[in-house]
Design a binder for this molecule. Structure first.
Ligand SMILES: Nc1ncnc2c1ncn2[C@@H]1O[C@H](COP(=O)(O)OP(=O)(O)OP(=O)(O)O)[C@@H](O)[C@H]1O
Length: 217
């Protein structure tokens, strides 16, 4: 489902964030990506969603090489991928419902089906009763659940999360992990970047460890 061959990323300032990465994640797998701060985790996740481009190498998502994807083709890739960002990226002038609706509106979904989709996504993360709330009134755990609802509302094949439990205490972090498990159980490919060691100990999934832009042996 996610395939990297000899992928490198060098930023314009010359910094080499990823160095000849090979990676294979099968459809339906749930995988953790770990490593020190600055190891290249966020960079790797952004390459999968073509938010950023590699300097060299091949990245295939669901069998399609995305490295030279034309801008017009990006929305088709992005519909396959749900991305939970490290810094939430919520719209604070829109309520919970509207935040989740936005990706569907951008994709041009028919109004007849959007309400059902939005409510189904909010239900999965336990936020149905808060659909009219403004994000500022939500707790950190609720904001993170809102981000997950927004990421899955278009029913992606792949769910990517960058430090989804970073600012949460253990109880909230477990709650968030339970939500990711539930998507994994229905066949979604899940990739989670974290340096929260307690999460890694509690979950028996494959762990990929990045060190200075390379996978640790
Ligand atoms: N646009 C950019 N230009 C230059 N360097 C960058 C850019 N984005 C990231 N970097 C650098 O690339 C390295 C990897 O960054 P990245 O955000 O991928 O690390 P990370 O493993 O996700 O770290 P953290 O756990 O702290 O989020 C860092 O040294 C970072 O400063």
């Amino acid at each position: 489902m996610i395939h990297f061959k000899q992928v490198s990323k060098r930023f314009p300032d010359g910094y080499q964030a990823l160095n000849n990465i090979d990676l294979n994640i099968d459809a339906g797998e749930m995988v953790f990506l770990t490593g020190h701060s600055g190891a290249g985790k966020s960079t790797l996740l952004k390459l999968i969603a073509a938010i950023d481009r590699p300097t060299s190498g091949v990245i295939a998502i669901n069998g399609h090489n995305i490295v030279q994807l034309r801008p017009a083709a990006l929305p088709f890739l992005r519909r396959k991928i749900g991305f939970v960002f490290q810094d939430y990226k919520l719209l604070f002038d829109r309520n919970v419902y509207e935040n989740v609706l936005l990706p569907l509106q951008i994709s041009g979904f028919d109004n007849k089906i959007t309400a059902g989709r939005v409510r189904a996504a909010l239900d999965k993360v336990g936020l149905l009763k808060k659909e009219k709330a403004m994000p500022i009134t939500l707790s950190g755990g609720e904001r993170q659940r809102l981000c997950i609802a927004r990421a899955v509302v278009h029913r992606p094949l792949i769910l990517i999360a960058d430090e989804p439990t970073g600012n949460l205490d253990m109880a909230y972090a477990r709650e968030i992990m339970t939500i990711f498990h539930s998507f994994h159980q229905v066949g979604v490919t899940v990739l989670i970047a974290t340096h929260d060691a307690s999460l890694l100990e509690e979950n028996r999934y494959r762990v990929l460890s990045l060190q200075h832009g390379k996978f640790a042996a």
